[in-house]
Unconditional design. Structure first.
Length: 443
C-alpha cells in the first residue's frame, strides 16, 4: 500500500548538509518556500487510496513526457558547449533507467529483485536550445537573492534561458552552476511539484552528463545518473533516507536508512534503523551512491511517480496537453469515476501601462456530463478565495496584481447529481507590467 503524505511540497529539514551538495533539491525547496511561504499551506492533495488505485488503473501504458533541454554556455569556455549527441545520449540513459532495461540490474541483491519496477515513462526530446551567456558560472543557491535571481539560469533577464510551458514540457537546464556558498559545484536539483510554473523543471551541471570527459573520470557521475535521480524528485520522490537520520521517504517497499550513501557501499549494509537483515537499499536511484551502484526504482516508487499524472495529480496536464498520451488511457466511455478538470494552459495578459492590473487566460480539460465550473483563485498568502463561474472550459481572470503569485483550482459540477470534483491546484506568477507584449488574438 502506498503511504501518501499530504504535504504539498516535499521539503524536509535536512540534518545532512554535506549530502545536499551532490543533490540540492531539498535545499532548493526551502528557498522556494522562503520566497513563497504560502506554498507550504497549499490545499492540493492526492485522492484517497481507493480512488487513486482506480485512477492508476486507467493509465495502462507508457507516459510520454516532452522534454526541452536548455544548454546555457559561455562561449569562452569550450567545455561548456556540449554536443547534441551528448545530450541525446543522456536522455537515452534516462529512458533506459526508467524502463528497467539497464544492463547493470544484476547488481541488485536477490532480496530486493522482486521490487524492481519498469516505471513506464518515455522522455521525448523535442528540442535542444543552445543559449550563449556571458556568465561563467551561475549562482543557483543564494537564499538572500531576489526572486528569479536565486535561480538565474532559468530566465533570459538574468542571462539564462526562459522555460517553455511547464504544463506541457519538462524543462531541463544544463550549465555551470554552484551553490553560492563557496563549496563544491552542485550536480543538480529539481523543483518541487507545485512550485510556480516559471521555476518548474530540472537544473543539471554540465559536468554531470555521463558522456562528458570530466564525468568519465569521476565514478560518482560517469553514467549520467544524476539526471535520473533529479527526474525522480521532479516526479514526487524524496531521498531514500528521508533527508534526516532514519527518516521516512513515505514509500512502503524501500527500507529505512540512517543516512545517505557515498561511493561504493558493500551489501549488506545495516544501520541502527534497519528493520531486517537486508539492510539499506543503497542501489536505489534516490540514494547518493556512485553511478555504478545506482540501478533501480521500486514498485511503490513507480506508483508514486505515476500518481502525479492522475486527475488531481501535480503532473496531470501532461496526459491532456495535445501530445500522444491518449494511449495511456482506456476508453473514456467505460469510465465510472467522476472526471476532474485538468488545467492545461495559462497565458499572461499583462497590463499595457503603469498602474494597470494584469490578467491570465486559463483553460482546462472538459469533464464528461459537466454542468458548470467554478474557478477559485487566491493570492498565495491569502486564505480568501475569489470564485468565478463559467459554463465553458476556459476563462480570463482580470484584475490580478502584476508580479504576484496565485493559486487556482477548478471545481466541476455535474448534471447527473454526481459529487463535484476538484482539479489539481496550480501555482502561477502573473506577468509584471510591460514584461511581455500582449498576445495577439487568432482569428
Amino acid at each position: 500500500m502506498l503511504r501518501f503524505f499530504l504535504a504539498a511540497l516535499f521539503c524536509v529539514a535536512s540534518q545532512f548538509v554535506q549530502a545536499q551538495l551532490n543533490c540540492s533539491s531539498e535545499s532548493y525547496c526551502q528557498i522556494i518556500l522562503k520566497d513563497y511561504p504560502g506554498l507550504g499551506e497549499t490545499t492540493g492533495k492526492l485522492p484517497d487510496e481507493a480512488t487513486l488505485q482506480t485512477k492508476l488503473a486507467y493509465m495502462n501504458g507508457t507516459i510520454r513526457i516532452p522534454v526541452v533541454v536548455h544548454l546555457v554556455y559561455n562561449p569562452t569556455l569550450p567545455d561548456q558547449k556540449l554536443s547534441d549527441e551528448m545530450i541525446r545520449e543522456q536522455i537515452e540513459q534516462l529512458n533506459i533507467d526508467f524502463s528497467a532495461v539497464n544492463s547493470d540490474l544484476d547488481k541488485v541483491p536477490y532480496e530486493f529483485r522482486s521490487r524492481i519496477a519498469n516505471c513506464k515513462f518515455y522522455f521525448d526530446l523535442k528540442e535542444i536550445k543552445h543559449v550563449e551567456t556571458s556568465v561563467k558560472e551561475f549562482n543557483c543557491g543564494n537564499r538572500n537573492a531576489e526572486k528569479r535571481k536565486m535561480d538565474p539560469i532559468k530566465f533570459s533577464k538574468t542571462k539564462g534561458s526562459d522555460g517553455l510551458a511547464s504544463t506541457q514540457y519538462l524543462n531541463i537546464w544544463i550549465g555551470s552552476i554552484n551553490d553560492g556558498r563557496g563549496r563544491e559545484p552542485l550536480l543538480g536539483y529539481a523543483s518541487p511539484s507545485n512550485s510556480p510554473g516559471i521555476y518548474d523543471g530540472i537544473v543539471l551541471n554540465y559536468t554531470a552528463l555521463g558522456s562528458t570527459a570530466l564525468a568519465a573520470t569521476n565514478p560518482k557521475i560517469k553514467k549520467g545518473r544524476t539526471l535520473t535521480h533529479e527526474v525522480g524528485h521532479w516526479l514526487g520522490l524524496i531521498h531514500i533516507w528521508g533527508d534526516k537520520k532514519c527518516g521516512d521517504d513515505h514509500i512502503g517497499d524501500t527500507p529505512p536508512q540512517e543516512f545517505s550513501s557515498q561511493g561504493i557501499p558493500i551489501y549488506p549494509r545495516k544501520s541502527i534503523c534497519s528493520i531486517d537483515s537486508c539492510g539499506d537499499m543503497f542501489m536505489n536511484f534516490m540514494d547518493l551512491s556512485a553511478d555504478d551502484i545506482l540501478v533501480m526504482f521500486t514498485c511503490e516508487q513507480m506508483e508514486r511517480m505515476r500518481s502525479m499524472f492522475v486527475e488531481g495529480g501535480k503532473r496531470a496536464s501532461f496526459l491532456h496537453n495535445g501530445f500522444i498520451n491518449d494511449i495511456t488511457l482506456v476508453d473514456q466511455s467505460i469510465r465510472n469515476d467522476a472526471h476532474a478538470a485538468v488545467i492545461t494552459n495559462l497565458i499572461d495578459i499583462p497590463g499595457k501601462s503603469p498602474g494597470k492590473k494584469t490578467g491570465k487566460y486559463i483553460s482546462w480539460t472538459p469533464s464528461k456530463n459537466a454542468k458548470s465550473y467554478i474557478v477559485l483563485t487566491r493570492p498565495i498568502e491569502s486564505k480568501l478565495w475569489k470564485p468565478n463561474n463559467t459554463n465553458n472550459n476556459a476563462i480570463t481572470l482580470d484584475n490580478l496584481m502584476p508580479g504576484e503569485t496565485y493559486e487556482i483550482i477548478v471545481r466541476t459540477f455535474f448534471d447527473n447529481d454526481s459529487p463535484s470534483t476538484q482539479s489539481t491546484p496550480y501555482i502561477f506568477e502573473t506577468a509584471k507590467l510591460l514584461d511581455r507584449p500582449v498576445p495577439k488574438s487568432s482569428k
